[in-house]
Design a protein around this ligand. Sequence first.
Ligand SMILES: Cc1ncc(C[n+]2csc(CCOP(=O)(O)OP(=O)(O)O)c2C)c(N)n1
Ligand SMILES: [Mg+2]
Length: 593
Amino acid sequence: MIKPLGSEGKRQPKYGSDLMVDLMAALDIEYAAFNPGATFRGIHDSLVNYAGNVKPRVIFCCHEEISVAIAHGYGKAKGKPMAAITHNIVGLQHASMAIFNAWCDRVPVIVLGGTGPTDTTRRRPWIDWIHTALVQGNQVRDYVKWDDQPHSLKGVPSSLIRGYRIATTEPKAPVYICFDAALQEDLIQEPVDLPDLGRFSPPAPMQGNPEALKRAAALLVEARAPLIIADFVGRHPEAVSSLIEIAELLSIPVIDKGNRFNFPNTHALDVTEGAGELIRKADVLLALDVQDLFGALTELNRQTRETEHILNPSAKIIHVSMNDMLVHSWASDYQRLEAVDVPISGDTSVVLPELTRLCRQVMGNAEKAKDVRTVRFNAIKETHDRLRRKWAEEARATASRKEIATAFLASEIWEVIKNEDWVLANGSSNGWARRLWDWTRPYQFLGRSGAAGIGYGMGASIGAALAHLGTERVCVDIQGDGDLLMTASALYTAAHHKIPLLIVIFNNRSFYNSEDHQIRTAMFRNRPVETTGIGSHLDNPAIDFAKMAESYGIYSEGPIQRPEDLRPALQRALKVVKEKHLPTLVDVITEVR
Ligand SMILES: Cc1ncc(C[n+]2csc(CCOP(=O)(O)OP(=O)(O)O)c2C)c(N)n1
Ligand SMILES: [Mg+2]
């Protein structure tokens, strides 16, 4: 909800950029992340000297990819956007990977930029020319929801307010708004009135079509083997309890695709990793905000890229999503086309309660059906319990290995944080965090990067920790070594702003995902695998991440090589996070995967 102007509305803006900063404050934008650049020196000055670095507060970064990734993580954790400011076309090019991540992850980020001056007679030779594009938004237009470049100061309020509203209307996504340097720096000639922002809020969430919802309810109640696959439902935390309710009402097993926290892993109906068998025998599938529906119903041979569609062809598919509401042609983020019997455009946060109500109506008091559902519930619970027991045993078995296994890493982090109010901001230790920990509350997991563009983890984790600042929550980043190296200077931002964050490096000394591809390719072609580390294995020299963190002023531990050294190191680091409210880094050398 956009709030009316507070005390900041009583300030007297003198320059164009003062007004821009007033608007950001009015829109309740708490932070603006950036590294500096002369095309927004006006805004920079206004943030610091006019608005006193209070709201928005400057988050000082060393790369635009980090600024946007911070806003990305913050947007998910806080449920509202912050700003990332990029320096004309050069900063925007650096930012573009992170904007694409946020775009695919459907997260609102207010990306701001400077340009020009667009009046060529006011440009400095050389630099103002090579840094000005016609128009700048072209560069990222294919993966932002909207972009704009207002031509007058009077046009600035509607541009920013519209941008904020578009970004925060479902499906949410980044927007880019570019301010001419001259507009920022010129004196305000005529006062510009700010409108009552309370009248520009995004619309209420969209309900599904009533007829389609009735069909869906009838199919679900009649189903012999219904199945739910959920992917982005948890972007609205309150929708998680609605999902639990409908799953419990009809005893439907749930597969969580993990782009958000969708379903508690402790719940008897969670069968996330037992998916294959359930998909094969399902007769009605309720897909909820699934980004890649074809992918969710498919088994993949990683070596040959061949896919096998495993859903029974006679099964009926209901898909509730906003996917059809945001399609651009440039990036194929719409995925392979999948047939759907009951497509419902709507926001699952309001569709699920309504669908549950309709299912109750259809069910009435049929006693016989109750027995069927109880038998089904018990069978699913057995699968769920069996899987959890199996994983716990597998993890225990890794404790005696000489090297640190990914399951062991996850279980040791769990032992250290399980009595804290924790948030897993990034990473999963190869999936083990969800297998072994108790995930019960929606804010505990933020999902993934969106576009699998590496360089995301550090920035997104700082953003999440910013969102939780002032609470007792402990944010944890299980940070890939390769991903970290892409945006390592984020450590400076974490240290400079004293961001409480437990960074655990899952250090397999490799861009292992790619190394694994090299191994498979070589095997498939009957070529030697011994050479596959060339260009992907991060050794020779092995990087000392603890020393690196130390040079940024961050408390660090490691490299931890022996299983028995891991827990004490994590405990010491956690103590620093909790008592000193600072970032810490524990470098853990692990098995490759
Ligand atoms: C910007 C970008 N470049 C390259 C890749 C290809 N890629 C995917 S995963 C990966 C390795 C990441 O390394 P790390 O974070 O250490 O994770 P690991 O695979 O070792 O667990 C690479 C290089 C990518 N996804 N994004
Ligand atoms: Mg790695």
